[in-house]
Design a protein around this ligand. Structure first.
Ligand code: NOJ
Ligand code: CA
Length: 589
């Protein structure tokens, strides 16, 4: 990441973008205008967004109470992580009843109120669908346990006899993504498959009743008025015939711990791969696409451009794009972008590969830097070893540099929001919120922490309740000050109320970026690289409609064109007008 050719300042010729050679990466279009093609979608993780009733757990009334925050932020849509009936062994990604709200989060009436409130404010609502597995508390699984091996009740899940003497060995050698074996034995000796926790049995998607049930669940929520679904583990529902042994290793963030960024950059493939793809006989089987063709037809029968977004950890991007072919899903999360290090060449490559793959199928490219499964990007980008992609952090791990991480995070976000397509934001990132990196073991709740016997910290650190008010108990998360995870003291600096209206705050940066993105229609624009800064390999510079974006990922400042009108900057420019390290600027092109 060293700048091989520092482009500074005094004496160096000042570039002018108009004279710049350009290479087109993506051609914009005004033709297709479905809302999801350029939407900025804000992820609400309900248990940590805002608590309405004071029990320390966020809920749907809490979301409704803060809808004006989201409207002012300027997002187009909200995606809510699961709020369905669930024993909460995986924070709601273990669903016991797909058609009801868990009392922890409220009622169906609370959901309807939240949905209406979002729609009144011009925001769409996407809900989470968890079709790969149910909770072990789902009525189907209870019936399967009560029934005999070989029964129709068991056929909806993946029950198998074990191997070896007495069937004492699991049916194959698969490991759970949360650690430990992917099989659990039941009393009569059979085993069932769970790619995640043992309380999350995998469904058998070759079973017609499973298919019919989920189409009915889609219709249940479409009839209530939702605008789309984020589909959990969209690449995992169909397994290879015969469930063959596999010696690979699966993880939540695939390739976690691999070197990326600096170390990997020189050899990083042109296809943008970063190691973010899950592979093996449990992932990305051709059969999944049939399901999405069926679902596409279900959604298409409703008015209003309802949309499906795939949570599919699949690489390369050209392979991921198969999920968003015209008759399948509408978007897929771009985890290759999320897992690319702070490296200009690697980012340029992944951006190019993203457009190449999605343009080939006519789908919008999506962008994402944070979610409820990964270390928040201000902390990730502040780690001393940028090559590491940890599954959470312990107090004993090397700690992120808070100031550096925030500076880079703001620069990364401003780069992301200049790119055509659709962007996902994770709650709290508009505050620049860091990961809680020192949570003690006794408060951790992620099953990944327990199933790895504490080897991995897990995801609790990015799920800490949001700070709304700096000087209120629990930073204003709810009326009592109770919070289901402890908040670090540093959250006082990030609370929404201390940033509101403060020039230069992260909250105001996000608001301004989203407003400009909207008025300039950047989501529908095109992208052309500018080679003005070609001598500075650590600079990413591109033109989208009326905006030039310049990101300086290097250590040295770089010159900006003379007289350039600065629309937005992720941090202060130097006194001589140059663009400092780890800073992104939007210029009037
Ligand atoms: C992906 C979700 O984002 C994650 O939080 C969950 O644990 C797994 N899928 C299992 O549902
Ligand atoms: Ca609550």
């Amino acid at each position: 990441m060293t700048t091989t050719q520092p482009t500074t300042t005094a004496g160096s010729p000042r570039p002018g973008p108009d004279a710049a050679a350009r290479s087109v990466v993506h051609v914009g279009s005004d033709a297709a205008r479905e809302w999801w093609r350029d939407a900025v979608i804000y992820q609400v993780y309900p248990r940590s967004f805002a608590d309405g009733n004071g029990d320390g757990i966020g809920d749907l009334p809490g979301v409704t109470a803060h809808l004006d925050h989201l409207r002012r932020l300027g997002v187009d849509a909200i995606w809510l992580s699961p709020f369905y009936r669930s024993p909460q062994n995986d924070a709601g990604y273990d669903v016991a009843d797909y058609r009801d709200v868990d009392p922890l989060f409220g009622t169906l009436a609370d959901f309807d109120e939240m949905l209406a409130g979002a729609h009144e404010r011009g925001m769409r609502v996407v809900v989470d669908l968890v079709p790969n597995h149910t909770s072990d508390q789902h009525e189907w699984f209870a019936a399967a346990l009560a029934a005999a091996p070989g029964s129709p009740e068991r056929a909806r899940y993946l029950f198998r006899d074990g191997r070896g003497p007495g069937g004492d060995e699991p049916p194959n050698n698969w490991q759970s993504i949360f650690g430990g074996p992917a099989w659990t034995r039941v009393e009569d000796g059979q085993w069932y498959l769970h790619l995640f926790d043992s309380t999350q049995p995998d469904l058998d998607w070759t079973h017609p009743e499973v298919r019919a049930e989920f189409e009915a669940v889609l219709r249940f929520w479409l009839d209530r008025g939702v605008d789309g679904f984020r589909v959990d583990v969209a690449h995992g529902m169909v397994k290879a015939d015969g469930l063959p042994d596999w010696d690979g290793h699966v993880e939540m963030v695939a390739g976690a711990g691999d070197a990326t960024g600096d170390d990997a950059a020189p050899g990083a493939p042109e296809d943008g791969s970063t190691g973010a793809g899950n592979s093996g006989p449990m992932f990305d089987q051709d059969g999944v696409h049939e399901i999405y063709r069926d679902w596409h037809r279900v959604l298409a029968a409703y008015e209003g451009d309802r949309a499906l977004v795939a949570e599919a950890w699949v690489e390369p991007l050209s392979r991921l794009a198969r999920y968003v072919r015209p008759d399948e899903m509408h978007q897929a999360f771009n985890f290759s972008f999320l897992t690319t290090g702070w490296d200009a060449a690697a980012l340029r490559r992944v951006i190019e590969a993203s457009y190449r793959a999605n343009d080939a199928v006519g789908a919008p490219t999506t962008w994402v830097l944070s979610n409820h499964d990964v270390v928040r990007h201000p902390s990730r980008l502040g780690l001393p070893d940028l090559g590491v992609r940890p599954n959470g952090l312990f107090a004993t791990d090397p700690q992120p540099d808070e100031e550096l991480g925030l500076r880079r995070a703001r620069a990364a976000t401003l780069l992301m929001l200049a790119l055509p397509g659709s962007a996902y934001l994770y709650q709290g990132e508009e505050l620049g919120l860091p990961e809680h990196t020192t949570l003690p073991a006794e408060v951790r709740q992620d099953p990944a922490f327990f199933r790895t016997e504490g080897a991995e910290a897990g995801r609790d650190g990015c799920r800490v309740p949001l700070p709304w008010t700096a000087d209120a108990p629990g930073f204003g998360f709810g009326p009592t000050g109770a919070t289901w995870l402890p908040q670090p003291e540093s959250f006082a600096r990030y609370a929404a109320d201390v940033q509101d209206g403060v020039p230069g705050s992260t909250l105001e940066l996000y608001r301004a970026a989203l407003a400009t993105r909207r008025t300039e229609e950047l989501g529908h624009g095109g992208l052309a690289w500018l080679d003005v800064w070609a001598d500075s390999p650590d600079v990413i510079a591109g033109r989208n409609r009326g905006v030039t974006v310049v990101a300086n990922l290097g250590a040295s400042p770089v010159a900006l064109p003379d007289g350039a009108e600065v629309l937005l900057a992720s941090g202060p420019l130097a006194a001589d007008g140059t663009l400092p390290a780890d800073t992104t600027v939007w210029l009037r092109a």
